[in-house]
Design a protein around this ligand. Sequence first.
Ligand code: ZN
Length: 262
Amino acid sequence: MPSSPIRVTVWHEHVHDRTNDAVKKLYPDGMHTVVKQAIEEHLGNDVTVRTALLEQPDHGLTDEVLANTDVLTWWGHCAHDQVDDAIVQKVHRRVLEGMGLVVLHSGHYAKIFKKLLGTTCSLRWREAGEKERLWCLMPGHPIADGLDDEYFEIEHTEMYGELFDIPTPDELIFVSWFEGGEVFRSGCTWNRGKGKIFYFRPGHETFPIYYHKQVRRVIANAVKHLAPSRSSAPVRLEAPCIDPPLSPITTVHQVDQSLHDH
Ligand code: ZN
């Protein structure tokens, strides 16, 4: 573990747990508090966790908060379009600089997730309270640490099915089977710049999924795994012209500077 705690920000849209009775009952203090507890339960003194909400100024993601966040978790569902593009741009830059991003469930349609992945991130879905079985494809992966079988089950959930329109993941850690017949890539990682992204499917708000033992463990594992590495290698976010060159070039070449002036 790093010598200093991983600084985690749990971001939550926080709409349905204020407006829908079933969700209020499951998450009386908001889903973000339960996700925060899951991370603290497993990582203890190795993390400091704060929460940030859509309704707060800058959605709780001020420059100061983002600069002091090692891993951001993201849950949104009905208010993706209310997230300010300027904040999305700042989060995007922080990911490229090395901040980890854990995107949960309906966050598949979050602006930040689509921007980082570059695809529609669309999928099939059905809310029928069916069983889900999540198979672990990479039992040696740190995100699967602590699981005691080749799969775990969620008794009642919303189905997400393929085709999930995402770029091929760098790592595919979980695949879900659903009682109704579909399958889904439920636990995927991607590298973007110096940062890592983990998408984890479980979490529909009318089922008690963030109280589920293995789901909580996987989220905490992901936070630990996505924390920025100790690498001091620089990350370049612009495209500078390298002139003069690093070593002499003998070619005689006339540059049409007008092509580069923009
Ligand atoms: Zn859902």
